[in-house]
Design a protein around this ligand. Structure first.
Ligand code: CUA
Length: 427
């Protein structure tokens, strides 16, 4: 009775499994965060290790499963067996046992070779990613190389410091002076030139986070009090999606980031743009009111805006170019027109194509974001839902020292509108 039930389940399960496996073709895996669609050498090596493991496991599965099926069929109960003399049970077979142990060790060694070489490869920019003529200087043991080292690194390897915070990423380009100390850091979305090796220095200012861009590389933890590093390279121009991959508190799931891989000339332009200040706002405009509110509503305590002398905070994301970014709130809110973006992705058959920022979407996102955190009230009179639970905006928990009470910031709809208009000028 039971065996008949299970055999029927088995009959059903086989075609279902076949359907599921049929969905696993590589072309169908073109989603934004897919490790099965590598777009750089590091991701490729990681993908290769994964596939090596998959094939080894498939062989093992076929072997073990095959033997099992063989034994089940060959030694199945037959009519009349109940009268046959009972076979005496054996006490194991040393040859089989030693053979299995040896085969298991062999399988582990086979997997260890590509795994270890990939770990070494992913650890730091390999010599192969640096032009051969520069190799002499690359090795500090060569005479005179120490002096050249910094220069060579600067010429050949782009260094980016990645700082993890609850719940967003800060990117700094020390070679270009784009650092938080210089008030020129880049939050949430960073840019790298196509085909160039990039060393990523990973730091955390609070808890453990993890840096992961499935199509480019990943993942290495950002540990408080510890310096970790890795390297990445993007070989195809496009807009890539990253994610914090280590549980780090309330809004861990909303701690995203992006990386834009661009042509080298485009990258140089982007760097220059990061060094520019914000433009003055028109007199008598909503933006002007918003700018004043930005100062009086204590946004300035945490945020920096170059070109606005009042806004010099170093704690929260730099907003000097907030309106030119395609995402907001730790890359959780998308500032592009969703329909236009989907149409483009379908047309190009990839998720790396990107439409430009849509000002209407951006404005709506700004209002939603600034108005969240239980500060503003919705049409039903209830506090609006947090865009990111636990986020620090308006909630001055970090200043809650010496018995000070937690303070909150309140905005009217008009104030939110004016603030958004001001932030929209920060291209
Ligand atoms: Cu940061 Cu999870």
């Amino acid at each position: 009775m039971f065996s008949r039930f299970f055999s029927r389940v088995g009959l059903l399960a086989t075609p279902i499994l076949a359907l599921v496996v049929a969905g696993c073709s590589k072309a169908d895996m073109n989603v934004r965060q897919s490790t099965l669609d590598p777009k750089g050498p590091v991701a490729q090596v990681q993908y290769d290790v994964f596939m090596d493991t998959v094939w080894l496991v498939v062989v093992l599965f076929a072997l073990v499963g095959g033997l099992l099926v063989y034994a089940v069929i060959k030694f199945r109960a037959r009519p009349g067996d109940e009268n046959a003399p009972r076979i005496e049970e054996g006490h194991g077979n040393p040859l089989v046992e030693i053979g299995l142990i040896t085969a298991s060790i062999g399988a582990l060694v086979i997997i260890a070779i590509p795994t270890l070489s990939a770990i070494w490869y992913d650890d730091d920019v390999p010599d192969a990613a640096v032009p051969t003529s520069k190799l002499a200087a690359w090795y500090p043991r060569v005479e005179g190389a120490k002096e050249n080292y910094a220069k060579v690194v600067e010429e050949q390897v782009l260094e980016i410091d990645v700082i993890g915070k609850q719940w967003w990423f800060r990117f700094e380009y020390p070679q270009f002076g784009l650092t938080n100390d210089n008030k020129r850091s880049v939050p949430n979305e960073f840019v790298i030139p196509k085909g160039k090796a990039v060393r990523i220095n990973l730091r955390s200012e609070d808890v453990i986070h993890s840096f992961w861009i499935p199509k480019i590389a990943g993942k290495v933890d950002l540990m408080p009090g510890r310096k970790n590093h890795m390297w990445i390279q993007g070989d195809e121009v496009g807009h890539y999606y990253g994610q914090c991959a280590e549980f780090c508190g309330d809004s861990h799931a909303y701690m995203l980031f992006r990386v834009e891989v661009v042509e080298p000339a485009e990258f140089a332009k982007w760097v220059q743009k990061q060094k520019t200040d914000s433009q003055p706002v028109a007199a008598g405009s909503k933006a002007e009111t918003g700018k004043a509110l930005f100062g009086t509503k204590t946004c300035v305590m945490c945020h920096n805006i170059n070109g606005n002398p009042m806004a010099a905070g170093a704690f929260a994301p730099d907003l000097t170019h907030v309106a030119s970014r395609k995402s907001l709130a730790g890359a959780w809110l998308d500032n592009r027109d969703p329909k236009a973006q989907l149409a483009l992705e379908q047309k190009d058959k990839n998720t790396e194509s990107s439409v430009a920022v849509d000002n209407a979407v951006l404005k709506a996102n700004l209002i939603k974001w600034i108005g969240s955190s239980g500060v503003a009230t919705g049409a039903d009179g209830k506090p609006t839902k947090d865009v990111k639970p636990g986020n620090r905006m308006h909630f001055y928990k970090m200043f809650n020292v010496a018995g000070l009470n937690e303070t909150q910031q309140k905005f009217t709809d008009h104030e939110l509108d004016c603030l958004a208009e001001y932030l929209l000028t920060l291209k």
